[in-house]
Design a protein around this ligand. Structure first.
Ligand code: FMN
Length: 195
């Protein structure tokens, strides 16, 4: 373990990227030590072809060694108690990007972000959404310009078949956290298409 940083690690409902996010969570736990798992309500209850919600939640709790925060009420103390140094939203859906860009706070994850941002501390977004260059584009633009918000570098993951899809490079989550803690956006934030 390199350093003791209190990390919040929040899953939103991009279920096809959950295995990548879980690997990133394991690396973050190994690197920073104190990691609090958080799940959006959609992530907490939705079983999909990618796995059962309860299994993902249990795995997050096993990796972090503490229970998930899964409600607005349980996320709220993050602000007044100053519980986190950095909050990572990985994966971050188009839905949650829209809410964050527009000040909507109706999930555990958006509550965690609002509570944490009020303390002037960094939020790291790891987007994965099929409408990144469509409906979500304006929200990504707004968030790129928002104080204390940082992005895990992202790319068009399949320009030919999914021309508006954007997905972050999950292998850069830890480097993005380090940069964000130093008040810097990891660059380049915009990556070329996959090899
Ligand atoms: C199988 C499945 C895969 C999904 N993948 C994504 C995705 O990769 N990105 C995304 O933005 N939304 C995706 N969604 C839609 C979100 O789960 C949905 O918008 C949900 O309301 C998100 O809520 P949250 O942002 O609070 O987690 C997916 C839904 C399902 C059922």
């Amino acid at each position: 373990m390199e350093q003791q940083v209190r990390v919040g690690f929040a899953f939103c409902g991009s279920f096809c990227t959950f295995s990548q996010a879980m690997e990133a969570l394991g690396r973050v736990r190994a690197r920073y030590g104190d990691v609090t798992p958080i799940v959006s309500e959609a992530s907490a209850v939705t079983d999909t072809r990618f796995g059962r919600a309860c299994d993902f939640t249990a795995e997050m709790e096993r990796i972090c060694g503490k229970p998930v925060i899964d409600s607005i009420a349980r996320a709220e103390p993050i602000g007044p108690k100053g519980l986190l140094d950095v909050l990572v939203i990985c994966p971050c859906t188009g839905n949650t990007l829209a809410k964050l860009a527009n000040g909507v706070t109706d999930t555990a994850v958006t509550m965690a972000a609002k509570a944490h941002l009020r303390n002037g501390r960094p939020v790291v977004l790891c987007p994965a959404t099929n409408d990144g260059l469509a409906a979500s584009a304006r929200n990504i633009g707004a968030l790129l310009d928002k104080k204390n918000v940082y992005f895990v570098p992202f790319r068009q993951d399949d320009p030919a078949k999914k021309p508006t899809s954007l997905v972050a490079d999950f292998s850069q989550v830890e480097d993005t956290i380090d940069a964000a803690l130093a008040g810097r956006q990891l660059q380049p934030v915009l990556l070329g298409p996959p090899a």
